[in-house]
Design a binder for this molecule. Structure first.
Ligand code: CDV
Length: 312
């Protein structure tokens, strides 16, 4: 008998800076109810799904940004989502900014996704590994992308968890452009990767790429899925948020690399697919039989070196 996991990619339209957490959580719950109507078992929300994409502004005093971060999960604002999901027996994956204070008093800021099982228990919180953008204010930009100022990169890497009768991994936005993200999870047998994203259509360092945003988005997730024999659920925040137009095009990609469902709008929209987890084995057991065909002994540069070293 096949193992089916019915998944909902819960795309969000824009969240403006004056939108309250409560109003956003209401939108998340509307999508949750749509998911229930479709027999969805797992709902995936975008990166930074509780607030506007605040790294587009640079604040000299970073503590003035503290209100964009959650300090616990669940919390008062998100408890209604946790309660409703548990009542409906739907699991979910939620992206948000997390501010933690360590035992030594140091404060740590991460861009995270928390995975919650159908019984309401927290499976894991993944912290973003690849942090794009810049550390300092860049006056010539039409908008900032100061993620490297607002978030520390994770040193925990990419985990895979047994949940939803499957092997589930997580990554966030820019992680999806790096083949290493998928492969580290592929090497742990991942069957479904959950990825929230916020991608401005205007890529300031090279506007020539703007027209290719949709192509590149599909390209990386389709190839990552195929080369690792895994489902990939990519979920966007789309539309014009605080004047910045963001790519939507949320999609669910099969282990074959085929897109099986894709958002049609740039707004709040639920995209559903019945994912047969056993399809992963078709690829993991043939062309991408890692144990049989991989050659780690000649891939040393991938972990020993970061930038390019030209031949002498
Ligand atoms: N939120 C992101 O990580 N966004 C990045 C940047 C480069 C636009 C992305 O890769 O989509």
């Amino acid at each position: 008998m096949s193992r089916i996991l019915t998944v909902g990619a819960a795309q969000l339209g824009p969240i403006q800076r004056n939108h309250s957490r409560a109003s956003v959580v209401e939108r998340l719950i509307v999508l949750l109810h749509q998911a229930a109507d479709h027999g969805v078992q797992l709902v995936v929300y975008p990166e930074l799904a509780l607030t506007t994409f605040f790294p587009r502004w640079y604040l000299d005093d970073i503590t003035e940004a503290d209100h964009w971060y959650e300090t616990s999960m669940p919390n008062a604002a998100t408890q209604p989502l946790f309660d409703e999901a548990k009542r409906l027996a739907i699991g979910f994956c939620l992206g948000y900014a997390l501010l933690e204070t360590a035992a030594d008093g140091t404060r740590h800021r991460h861009n995270v996704q928390t995975l919650v099982e159908r019984d309401g228990s927290i499976v894991a919180t993944y912290r973003k590994v690849h942090i794009p953008g810049h550390e300092h204010y860049e006056p010539d930009r039409p908008f900032q992308h100061a993620e490297r100022y607002y978030f520390e990169p994770s040193s925990e890497g990419f985990g895979v968890w047994r949940a939803f009768g499957s092997l589930i991994g997580m990554m966030i936005c820019n992680d999806r452009r790096w083949p290493e993200s998928y492969r580290v999870m592929g090497l742990q047998g991942v069957e479904m990767i959950l990825c929230g994203y916020n991608t401005p259509i205007h890529y300031v360092p090279d506007p020539g790429q703007d027209i290719l945003q949709g192509f590149h988005n599909a390209l990386v997730m389709q190839s990552g899925a195929y080369q690792n024999g895994t489902w990939v659920v990519g979920v966007a925040k789309g539309g014009v948020e605080e004047g910045v137009d963001s790519l939507a095009q949320s999609m669910i990609v099969a282990p074959s690399g085929q897109i099986v469902a894709q958002a049609l709008t740039t707004d709040d929209e639920l995209v559903v697919a019945r994912c047969d987890l056993d399809w992963c084995a078709k690829y993991k057991g043939t062309l991408f039989d890692f144990d049989r065909y991989r050659r780690p002994e000649v891939y040393g540069r991938i972990t020993s070196q970061r930038g390019v070293e030209l031949p002498g």
